[in-house]
Design a protein around this ligand. Structure first.
Ligand SMILES: Nc1ncnc2c1ncn2[C@@H]1O[C@H](COP(=O)(O)OP(=O)(O)OP(=O)(O)O)[C@@H](O)[C@H]1O
Ligand SMILES: [Mg+2]
Length: 583
């Protein structure tokens, strides 16, 4: 878009108080650009370009003449609709003019100050998370970190839509501001935050976003329940001593009523009478002695717990996970879904208790693949604690960042507790419906925009923003770990000209992808041309980092909203073999 203050159109036709038409004088103006017009009573008012039309006088007959190679002169004119957003009055309250603009009023590119003021875009860099640029304008977008952490965030997109990349950007900002973060990382893709981004394509856009490659190795600590798979992680262990009735019910997923409760209560009571400390094993032995046959279900569940190896000496304390300025990654790569749920339950419980008692600093918990941990239909072991954190966490400074590729399949109570939404490309109709139903402030037609978002652009809504904005997400400082795996490796000789390459990961990088390239960057195995970059969305810089998505037949189109038991068990089966997914 042209520089701020430059005229792009003139008001004409029937003029309303919510929108008006403009005769476009500068064809570089685009849908969703921010414009301003001076209202006689209210001063400068911010608006956003809606539909843009090119009206031509080309008739069918003339179009046919063109098809035979004849030269035909075509007359054309551009018009557009501007939707009025408003202005700030003397009390800084957002207002909209109550009388229409006048025909002939000039409309120009909006000034940064007006955009920031009206949209509620933060200017305080010290407490803001820099996530990217306002689409179509050279304006940096900072989101208020306090607001994000206190009131929860959701990051929603289809698979490959750029969620994990965006989460990486967000965590970089939290690392810089020394905000503690705990990441539930089912695919082991966040340890790459330790390493600077050496991706050639990303590096081309770093200047534009004012970003430099940077690794945060000193601030990242990684834990895993299985250090034989995740060899670079510290062991994640839970305390097995003195488990009380509630702990046992939580860990086994047993109901809080029924004969089993009495059996557990009795066992806990008798152990407390004879020993200062008791182990899980002691508990099993005492329950085995009970006369009630219902004991066997409990014994089985507890023996399963014992066999997971999750409980043991030197348990991980909440204060090991949460430290000022550190990000703790809970790497669950290769861990079965049942154990993943157990780990998430235990970690969230401990963090919630830790915050309630003020034993750990305020923090943000990022939950990747959150639909698996609190499904809309059915129960995961951790559903309860996740819902509690979503509804009560803000009181105790425990922020949630919920990341999911299936907004339709995540518990709607959790989704609607997220005050800020970052929505990347979504195409599944049920997911779109879930988003539009659970998110306030989405204006009509926005579901269309969400489907058409290029990879790298997010619609951000809620928080301190007065209306949803489109943001070109900045490039990462750190290496992105969530790259896709090509089923066919590109042959060097057959590589498409100009196809970008990825520098190999540092050899010491945990879980570094070996010989793989990001899907959006790799040349198709058919030897077709390298994916072309979408024409620049802005004219303030000729290059845009926006990547055109490679559509594949693998793009799902399931029309099922509900997760029934069979699909749930399929998911678990699939998740048990995560190597197939992320190599
Ligand atoms: N803001 C961005 N700038 C540049 N490239 C991006 C951006 N966002 C995403 N990409 C590209 O798109 C690819 C897919 O992004 P990402 O791994 O974040 O998807 P995802 O939504 O997490 O997918 P999944 O649900 O499968 O985990 C990345 O490997 C990266 O190449
Ligand atoms: Mg991801």
């Amino acid at each position: 878009m042209e520089s701020a203050g430059k005229q792009v159109g003139v008001v004409f036709g029937t003029i309303g108080t919510t929108n008006f038409k403009i005769a476009i004088t500068d064809p570089t103006v685009k849908r969703n650009d921010y414009v301003q017009a001076r209202h006689e009573e209210c001063g400068f008012v911010l608006g956003q370009v809606g539909e843009v039309q090119r009206e031509t006088d080309l008739t069918i007959a003339n179009a046919q003449r063109i098809s035979t190679g004849e030269q035909v002169t075509v007359g054309e004119q551009f018009s557009g609709v501007v939707n009025i957003i408003g202005f700030r009055d003397e009390n800084n309250v957002l207002q909209v003019p109550r009388t229409p603009f006048k025909a002939g009023d000039s409309v120009s590119v909006a000034e940064e100050k007006l955009i920031r003021g009206v949209l509620g875009l933060k200017t305080d860099i010290e407490t803001g998370a820099y996530i990217g640029m306002l689409k179509g304008h050279p304006i940096r977008v900072y989101l208020d970190i306090n607001n994000l952490v206190q009131k929860h965030v959701s990051i929603l997109a289809k698979t490959g839509g750029g969620k994990s990349y965006m989460v990486g950007v967000f965590i970089e900002e939290l690392l810089k501001r020394m905000v503690p973060v705990v990441v539930i990382d089912p695919h082991g893709e966040y340890s790459s935050l330790m390493h600077p981004n050496l991706n050639e394509r990303d590096q081309k856009f770093m200047g534009r976003f004012g970003v430099r490659p940077r690794g945060y190795a000193e601030q990242i600590v990684e834990f895993s329940p299985d250090t034989t798979i995740n060899t670079f992680s510290l062991p994640l262990k839970f305390d097995e001593t003195n488990l009380d009735v509630k702990d046992i019910l939580d860990l086994t997923g047993m109901k809080s009523s029924g004969p089993h409760v009495g059996i557990i209560q009795h066992a806990v009571k008798s152990l407390k009478e004879i020993a200062e400390d008791y182990s899980l094993h002691d508990l099993i032995q005492v329950i085995r002695e009970d006369k009630n046959a219902a004991k066997w279900a409990i014994v089985n569940s507890l023996e399963y717990l014992e066999g997971t190896g999750l409980f043991g000496e030197a348990p991980t304390r909440p204060s090991d996970l949460v430290k000022e300025g550190k990000t703790a990654i809970v790497n669950l790569k290769g861990i079965s879904p049942d154990i993943q749920e157990l780990v998430v339950t235990r970690v969230l419980k401990k963090l919630f208790e830790g915050r309630k008692l003020g034993k750990i600093p305020a923090l943000m918990v990022v939950i990747e693949e959150a639909h698996n941990f609190c499904p809309q239909v059915g129960q995961a072991l951790c559903s309860g604690v996740l819902k509690t954190v979503a509804s009560e966490g803000r009181k105790f400074g425990l922020g949630l960042c919920v990341v999911t590729q299936r907004p339709a399949k995540i518990d709607k109570n959790v989704l609607s507790q997220c005050n800020t939404q970052m929505i990347l490309k979504v195409t599944n109709p049920n997911d779109l419906k879930a988003i539009t139903q659970s998110i306030e402030g989405l204006v009509p037609g926005m579901d269309e925009d969400i489907q058409r978002l290029p990879i790298g652009v997010a619609i951000v809504s809620g928080g301190s923003l007065t209306s949803p904005i489109q943001v070109e997400i900045r490039v990462r400082e750190t290496q992105h770990g969530g790259t896709s795996v090509d089923i066919l490796q590109k042959k060097q000789a057959g590589a498409a000209p100009g196809a970008p390459s990825v520098l190999p990961a540092a050899p010491d990088m945990p879980g570094a992808p070996q010989g793989v390239e990001p899907a959006a960057e790799a040349a198709p195995a058919t030897g077709a041309a390298a994916p072309k970059e979408v024409s620049p969305s802005t004219v303030f810089d000729n290059e845009s980092p926006i990547v055109e998505e490679q559509e594949t037949d693998l793009d799902y189109d399931d029309s099922e909203v509900e997760t029934d038991e069979s699909t749930e068990s399929e998911r678990k089966k699939k998740d048990r073999d995560p190597e197939l997914e992320d190599g």
